[in-house]
Design a protein around this ligand. Structure first.
Ligand SMILES: Cc1cc2nc3c(=O)[nH]c(=O)nc-3n(C[C@H](O)[C@H](O)[C@H](O)COP(=O)(O)OP(=O)(O)OC[C@H]3O[C@@H](n4cnc5c(N)ncnc54)[C@H](O)[C@@H]3O)c2cc1C
Length: 403
């Protein structure tokens, strides 16, 4: 059985970036992928347009906590070692463009990123990389100073070093990690819609540029819950099952952790961040019905008014001081109670994974073994929307394979 410098398990963004980086350094790579093709999520990312990274990560003095929460110190070495996503992809044949801070391939097709990483067809003619598809790895064993990976059909592969880049922890990976003694933190949906009862009648209603945040401070059994509270902004969309849109997706990981730990979580949404207290006070002079005054779609305006026992036709001028205060709060810090976890298959990213204290941030090497590395979503890192998850996967794979 032949042996290579690297065994890379998982052909997603992290594994592919590692394979290309290792090959460019003259290393031989055996890439082992469970499914029939590499990079499925790269093709699905950003609705097919593939938001591959974010320029905010290359700004001086970047606040990693804003994008990765409690994992901010852990992600820093890998992300800061990748000075520019554009410089990473240019030599591979993909030019990146920016929409605001978000980076995309110039033709806005995920396939361009994938073929930059793999060639077309994938790795068939790459002298340094041998790829095996339909090759799920079910066991990983130390073999002297190196490693041996065993596939589901019994095939065995050997290398000096191994990278586990299998994405959000699945059953096979969990068994491998358990056998090696690595702790996995609870797996929860992140970048997912929130399930809230009682708003199905508003399905399809959207509100531009709201602000959303988690209300309660909690001393949780899951350490990540206690991370500093962050405010997220973006459009809000009501769905048949609850809430969605960028601000909600970004908040969803924190909420899921709190629901898992405490059984519930409460969020507040400022539905009208552009409305000032002075503008609101001035409404009381006018004679319009309240439902026409609220800067919201009418169906939502009526629901908000009813939530504070106000009739839609009531005139703003008739509000008592107490009613006015309740309405202001309902508009600018509307509370939603969440008690259900959204199913994992609706999540774009898994929150939770290999515990970060078991991995060396500077190299992404496992602390329990020599020559075993982790990169991408398998680790307990989840970023907000905007290209932060793919950039983390690429940066991690690149860092690991730079040794
Ligand atoms: C619909 C959708 C849209 C998204 N859009 C964006 C976006 O626009 N921007 C962004 O930054 N992020 C986005 N994300 C998140 C991003 O795609 C992931 O965070 C990123 O792809 C993770 O890369 P990875 O290499 O760690 O894992 P993955 O991409 O999940 O790759 C892991 C690979 O390992 C393989 N594998 C698993 N187990 C085994 C095993 N036992 N043996 C062998 N192989 C195995 C899997 O088949 C898979 O190919 C999106 C995610 C989804 C689902």
């Amino acid at each position: 059985m032949s042996s290579s410098d690297w065994l890379i398990i998982g052909g997603g963004a992290a594994g592919l970036a590692a394979a290309r980086t290792a090959a460019a350094r003259g290393r031989t790579v055996t890439l082992l992928e469970a499914s029939a093709a590499a990079g499925k999520k790269i093709l699905a990312a950003g609705g097919g347009r593939c938001n591959i990274g974010n320029l905010a990560l290359t700004e001086r003095g970047v606040d990693y906590g804003k994008f990765y929460g409690a994992a901010k110190n852990f992600v820093k070495p890998a992300l800061s070692a990748l000075p520019s996503m554009r410089e990473f992809f240019q030599p591979l044949g993909a030019t990146l463009i920016a929409h605001g801070q978000r980076l995309y391939p110039a033709d806005e097709r995920g396939a361009t990123i994938l073929s930059a990483l793999t060639g077309t067809p994938p790795f068939v003619h790459h002298p340094q990389i041998t790829a095996h598809f339909l090759c799920p790895i079910v066991a990983l064993r130390q073999d002297g100073d190196g490693w041996q990976a065993v596939a589901g059909d019994g095939r065995r592969f050997f290398a000096a070093r191994v990278l586990l880049a299998t994405g959000g922890v699945n059953a096979a990976t969990r068994e491998i990690l358990q056998a090696l003694g690595y702790a996995v933190t609870p797996l929860l949906p992140a970048l997912a819609p929130l399930t809230v009862a009682g708003f199905g009648d508003l399905a399809g209603v959207s509100v531009p540029q709201v602000e959303a945040w988690r209300v309660a401070a909690s001393q949780s059994k899951i350490g990540r819950v206690a991370a500093p509270r962050r405010k997220f902004s973006g459009d809000l969309l009501f769905t048949h099952h609850g809430l969605s849109g960028p601000a909600i997706l970004d908040l969803s990981g924190e909420v899921a952790a709190e629901v898992a730990a405490q059984g519930q979580s409460e969020i507040a949404i400022n539905l009208a961040p552009a409305l000032t207290a002075a503008e609101f006070a001035a409404w009381r002079v006018g004679g319009q019905p309240l439902k026409n005054r609220l800067p919201l779609p009418e169906r939502l305006a009526v629901k908000i008014l009813r939530s504070v026992a106000l009739a839609p036709q009531q005139r703003a001028a008739e509000l008592t001081a107490a009613q006015s205060r309740s309405l202001w709060t309902a508009l600018t810090a509307h509370r939603f109670l969440l008690t259900q976890l959204t199913p994992m298959n609706q999540a774009m990213v898994t929150r939770g994974g290999v515990a970060l204290d078991e991995v060396e941030a500077k190299t992404l090497a496992g602390r329990r073994h020599k020559n075993l590395y982790f990169a991408g979503e398998i680790l307990d890192v989840d970023g907000v929307s905007g290209g932060f998850n793919l950039q983390w996967a690429i940066a991690g794979g690149r860092l690991v394979a730079s040794v």
